[in-house]
Design a protein around this ligand. Sequence first.
Ligand code: ADP
Ligand code: MG
Length: 311
Amino acid sequence: MALAEFDLISRYFAVHAPQHPNNQLGIGDDCALLNLPVGYQLAVTTDTMVENVHFFADADPYLLGHKLLAVNLSDLAAMGAEPFAVTLALTLPAVDASWLQAFSSGFMALARRFNVDLMGGDTTSGPLTLTVQAMGSVPQGRALLRSQAKVGDLIFVTGMLGDAGLGLKIAQGFQCGDAELPLSRFNQPLPRIAEGMALRGIAHACIDISDGVASDLGHILKRSQVGACLQWSQLPLSAQVLHYIKQSGDWQMPLTAGDDYELCFTAPAEVQSQLPANCHCIGVIEADPGLRIQHGDNLQTIEAKGFEHFS
Ligand code: ADP
Ligand code: MG
């Protein structure tokens, strides 16, 4: 789709000149040119969203553009990196102008909010598949790794748990009195960039919660060769999630539902007063491997099972 491809790129995607000082040359040449200040490392991540796997065929394209970028920026947040550039690979079944207008608006609005420039990409025809590569910078040696949790660290999460999981249930037909917050947490997660950057030099290990805190904290535990015990009574839960649990009895939902895109991190108790305001302590790192949760009088082991594509 040679001519249409260039029209499409210039109309919907090459709409801003690069703004971030790291970004020298954007869309239009064979490659983009990026500069990294001396003393910084490049953090790079990529995530793909496939129709009928990651989103419904009738998904709102504006929200899709937002979420595609948000999930990629969330990985940079989890490393303590400051995002500055992204590329976008689009595989489209057809050129649908109103879909592209809405998708690019959602994508670009979030990009501008975080001072991220779209620096290039690729456009092909085929089943709807959306891929972003995101690049960020982090001072040399100060990235937040999954492998650095220490026995005795407290475990924290930013924001609330389970709202996005409830939002998905609502999108699938579950009735909930006040659906607005859970739906917006599911459709328009906000990457915790400021929090991730503020945790440099304070947190030990960090990950973003895409598959549920049980599964994602499980990655920290494995990489750090430690275990953990969570306190159910300390989980930050919205009124809507508490109501859902009361109705369904499904008290594990906020631990196992995905899509929250909050950060989960470990840090020594001494630094608790230096943490960003929206952080909640939910448990402690222990030497004994595995993940346990104190729920009422019961201490239960939880299987950390997230969504797996090939199982
Ligand atoms: P090439 O054939 O050299 O790979 P393309 O024809 O694929 O170049 O792309 C032309 C320019 O448009 C390049 O700068 C590329 O990065 C950019 N581009 C292509 N598709 C997209 C897209 N979906 N979003 C942003 N930039 C894009
Ligand atoms: Mg190409």
